[in-house]
Design a protein around this ligand. Structure first.
Ligand code: ADP
Length: 482
């Protein structure tokens, strides 16, 4: 071993002792016969403490000992070599050292002697690197999972950098702002994408992570419509994360509830008082009343309780329309059947105004017969309500090119041109003083238009005829003949 290494002037001895890897030679039972200085430095032992007195096995911690016995030793015996086995050794100071081990069995076939040559690499850096790699992979995976979750959450999430430019804007936010789904908005200032964003952002509460902030509900103008969003912000390392929720439907329901309280107190009171009064009169004076008086009291109860039921139906159906949970059936049905039923019903409401059914065409249409009935009830109720005492109501059915048209004409005051569209708005009523004594919720025509629209039909107010009055109509698509 004292031979000079020709090029570097380094002896083979030095090359062995100070190689950048620990060398060990052991007997077949593992007793350490020789080791280099590098191994001593790695393990922290003096040569005397190892050579001739300890086995390589003795340097292993309990877990590695099991591995040694179950894998390392059998493999070495079987293959006469092992490669890159990851082990730990316990250093003299009790610390652990991660190592990578290669071992070869060298046999001298002449005298049957054998030794095991072991190289021991310090794997601390490599292990750390592997662990960092694992952490990096886990972090990347969790980032990918977070990004995918962001794609699917119902809430809009927007991350803006310190300059207000978009870093992340998820699909829910893009829908909320009315942006095109495939529009790449990264790097663009949100103020350029969302009208009025600067004012909105100024009113959103932002807090540091974990700090409680209250969402504020703000209006957002999108494509000529007003949407209501509940928004809050959280300060992120390089900007602000906004969370946005569309609360338009909830808000509509809330304002509907406020309006409903007003309606209930005004509109229900009149018919209820009528029913109550008539019933009380019947109860206390029943016996002393003549047949005619009794009959008119009973008629009043029937009429007014019918009115009560219709108001409640209107409230219920409006709530379903606004909450988006109105079920619309689609079947084929005969218009004349439903019209006849509603006309029969209407005749029981008020006996003073006759309802005349003109023509009786059998036409099959497609839609929801229950909702069609509701729409018809509303128009007929209005026609009767707004007719003068001596007026009459005419109901007709016609077959047009692709629709069936039901018309409801009355002799009432008609609707002024500038009100023709507005009467279909929710809660809209023409100045009540113009039609004194006629009560209503202002929901009837709104419901009619909405339910007919959901059946792909149309409701409208025909041109006023010379003699005044109103002619409303409902068109429904004809059933497709098979
Ligand atoms: P309501 O009848 O409960 O007030 P509607 O939505 O049914 O509510 O109607 C809205 C408004 O349209 C009414 O207040 C009334 O002024 C007007 N209107 C509806 N139908 C007629 C009609 N046949 N003739 C005259 N005005 C009508």
């Amino acid at each position: 071993m004292s031979e000079q290494y020709p090029l570097l002037g380094e002896s083979l001895e030095e090359l062995y002792e100070d190689a950048p890897v620990g060398y060990l030679s052991t007997s077949l039972d593992g007793t350490i016969l020789r080791c280099n200085r590098t191994f001593l430095a790695l393990s922290g032992y003096e040569a005397d403490a190892l050579v001739g007195s300890r086995r390589f096995y003795d340097l292993l911690p309990p877990g590695a000992k099991i591995y040694y016995e179950t894998h390392y030793a059998p493999l070495l015996e079987l293959q006469q070599e092992v490669r890159e086995i990851a082990l730990e050794i316990v250093r003299a100071d009790g610390g652990r050292l991660a190592v990578l081990v290669n071992a070869d069995v060298r046999r001298d076939h002449g005298n049957d002697a054998a030794i095991v040559r072991i190289t021991v690499f310090d794997a601390t850096h490599r292990r750390r690197y592997e662990q960092e790699l694992l952490h990096a992979r886990a972090a990347a995976e969790s980032r990918a999972a977070a990004a995918s979750a962001l794609q699917h959450v119902k809430e809009g999430v927007v991350l803006l950098d310190d300059d207000g430019k978009v870093v992340v804007l998820n699909p829910a936010a893009s829908r909320l702002f009315g942006l095109a789904a495939d529009e790449d908005v990264a790097g663009m200032p949100l103020t350029a994408l969302v009208r009025g964003w600067a004012a909105i952002a100024g009113r959103i509460q932002t807090g540091r992570s974990g700090e409680p902030v209250t969402s504020v509900v703000l209006p957002l103008a999108v494509a000529g419509d007003t949407r209501w969003i509940a928004a809050s912000g959280e300060i992120a390392p390089d900007g602000v994360v906004y969370t946005l929720r569309d609360v338009t439907a909830e808000r509509r329901l809330e304002s509907f509830r406020d309006d409903i309280v007003a309606i209930v107190s005004h509109e229900l009171r009149t018919p209820l008082a009528g029913v109550y009064g008539a019933a009380q009169t019947l109860a206390s004076l029943g016996a002393s009343l003549d047949a005619g008086q009794r009959e008119s009291l009973i008629k009043l109860i029937v009429e007014q309780s019918g009115r009560l039921a219709r108001i409640l139906d209107e409230i219920l159906i409006t709530q379903q329309l606004d909450g988006g949970d109105l079920r619309v059936e689609r079947t084929t049905f005969d218009v004349a059947g439903v019209v006849a039923k509603v006309v029969g019903l209407a005749r029981s409401w008020r006996t003073t105004r006759p309802v005349r059914l003109l023509g009786d065409v059998d036409v099959e249409v497609e839609g929801d017969p229950g909702l069609f009935e509701q729409a018809l009830v509303n128009l007929l109720d209005n026609a009767i309500k707004y007719s003068p005492a001596d007026g009459e109501v005419r109901v007709g059915i016609e077959r047009l090119t692709s629709t069936a048209r039901v018309t409801i004409a009355d002799d009432g005051p008609g609707v002024a041109d500038d009100q023709r569209e507005r009467i279909f708005e929710k809660f809209f009523r023409i100045d009540p003083t113009q039609v004194t004594g006629v009560t209503g919720t202002g929901l009837g025509l709104y419901i009619t238009r909405e339910v007919v629209r959901r059946m792909d039909g149309r409701v409208g107010l025909g041109p006023s005829e010379g003699g005044g009055g109103s002619t409303f109509y409902i068109d429904l698509p004809l059933a497709r003949s098979l």
